[in-house]
Design a protein around this ligand. Structure first.
Ligand SMILES: *Cc1c(COP(=O)(O)O)cnc(C)c1O
Ligand code: SF4
Length: 432
């Protein structure tokens, strides 16, 4: 059994391979890691990162803070504070101000938190009619942190943490919302929870016997950051028994995995974990954002999708880098995202084409870039909703002016001289 270990800003200098880095590179980690969350597991260090080429390694860039993730101005401000041995308070104030400039709460997530009998349910988000997100309070961290994470403010700023202990409240909410067919456990990473907490929540749903609830999903990156959670950890076998119990009860269970690169599928540990999960009757779907420096080449995606299908994993979403944190470092233009998706999609057979994207998770919904086209002599982006805050918006094509530099929906303007996109007026009235 391999024991979980993690490293963060306070102890990363004790990582066995760390002396491959220069002092300057280590200081860069300190500066950037003071602003953006930093945590990495011994599995990522020992089994994923190729230390002979760490500077370009996708898993190194995925977990270790990089110089380009902060602007020069922010970098030098923090570097100067650290070098001059400034007081903790002064560092904290600067960091908080910088974080606020990095859009810590993208996509209006606070608008998704429901009010229930006069109380704000901070552990629930309900944005799309049929799917409720549940944030178990024991799962609000991860085995390692992604440098691109859009939820980084939850780890960094305590007061935006969404958490709810009571399985009771979740069940009550589900009872009053029979339109909900899917409960999605999310975080952080719920798979950091001990099995006893999983049991508490999952059995509450099973015992409540809710006729509308058909699917339970668990969003987790543990298959990339700590696959031993499903194989050799103390309570891994119990977790597999629990998964089996869910599927035996006629509820479909789907692990929403997060793989960013085909190499994450090549270790013995991840392959054993996938096989264990599938043997419980659960399914595994996979999603990932498209990120410069990590996976912005079509062949990586086609290879990843093919490998996933070989292993029994269903490709699900390709996302666009969100408008938060180190977006400038990771962003691929919408046009290039579409080109990369299209090329990768062309290289695989229909069996891999369950994947949808590239998709922007924005306030009105999941917006897909269908492509670039020309209509009546005007070059446009063709877009549609994969998921809309109003279900009626889903799959309605709409058009934006072509803009080769656009990286997010907020950069786009309606095509054909229109004042607003078709959903905008309604969206404003929804968030009042
Ligand atoms: C993506 C997402 C879901 C799930 O949507 P599906 O299309 O059913 O996968 C639910 N809630 C939020 C807020 C989401 O972003
Ligand atoms: S695993 Fe998910 S929640 Fe955790 S840091 Fe990565 S993207 Fe964020």
């Amino acid at each position: 059994m391999i024991k979980y270990r993690s490293y963060s800003l306070s102890n990363f200098r004790s990582i066995p391979q760390i002396d491959l880095l220069s002092e300057e590179q280590k200081f860069t980690i300190e500066v950037v890691g003071t602003v953006l969350p930093f945590k990495v597991s011994n599995y990522v260090i020992d089994e994923l990162i190729d230390w002979d080429h760490f500077e370009h390694d996708p898993f190194f860039i995925l977990t270790f803070p990089q110089r380009g993730m902060l602007s020069d101005e922010h970098f030098h401000e923090v570097a100067d504070l650290l070098k001059s041995g400034a007081e903790n308070d002064a560092i904290k104030r600067a960091v908080e101000r910088i974080r606020l400039q990095l859009n810590p709460n993208p996509a209006g997530q606070e608008h998704n938190v429901p009010v229930f009998h006069g109380e704000r349910l901070s552990g629930i988000q309900h944005k799309y009619r049929e799917t409720m997100l549940f944030f178990p309070s024991q799962g609000q961290t991860c085995h390692a942190y992604c440098t691109f994470c859009f939820r980084w403010s939850q780890f960094a700023l305590q007061d935006t943490k969404f958490a709810m202990k009571e399985a009771d409240l979740m069940v009550k909410y589900l009872r009053e919302h029979p339109e909900i067919s899917d409960v999605l456990f999310t975080g952080g990473d719920p798979a950091v929870m001990k099995t006893k907490f999983f049991r508490h929540y999952l059995e509450a749903i099973l015992d409540a016997d809710l006729p509308g609830v058909k699917t339970i999903r668990i969003g987790t990156k543990a298959l990339t950051y700590w696959p031993y959670r499903f194989t050799t950890d103390d309570d891994a076998e119990e977790l597999m028994d629990l998964f089996r119990k869910v599927t035996d009860n006629g509820i479909s269970l789907s692990i929403m995995a997060h793989f960013n690169h085909p190499r994450a599928l090549e270790t013995r540990a991840v392959q054993d974990a996938i096989a264990n999960i599938l043997s419980t009757g659960a399914q595994i779907r996979s999603q990932s954002p498209l990120m410069r420096h990590i996976n912005d080449r079509p062949c990586l995606w086609s290879k990843m999708w093919r490998r996933q299908v070989d292993l029994g994993v269903i490709p699900y979403y390709m996302f666009v880098a969100r408008d938060t944190g180190a977006q400038d470092y990771f962003a691929v233009t919408l046009e290039n995202a579409w080109k990369i998706f299209r090329k990768a999609y062309q290289q695989v057979s229909g069996i891999c084409r369950t994947v949808r994207g590239p998709s922007m998770s924005s306030e009105p919904g999941k917006i897909r870039i269908v492509g670039v086209s020309e209509i009546n002599g005007e070059k446009v982006f063709v877009l549609n909703f994969i998921q809309g805050r109003n279900p009626d918006w889903t799959n309605r094509p709409f058009f934006a002016k072509y803009d080769p530099d656009a990286i997010w929906i907020s950069d786009l303007k309606p095509a054909f001289g229109e004042d607003a996109f078709f959903f905008e007026e309604e969206l404003v009235s929804m968030s009042d």
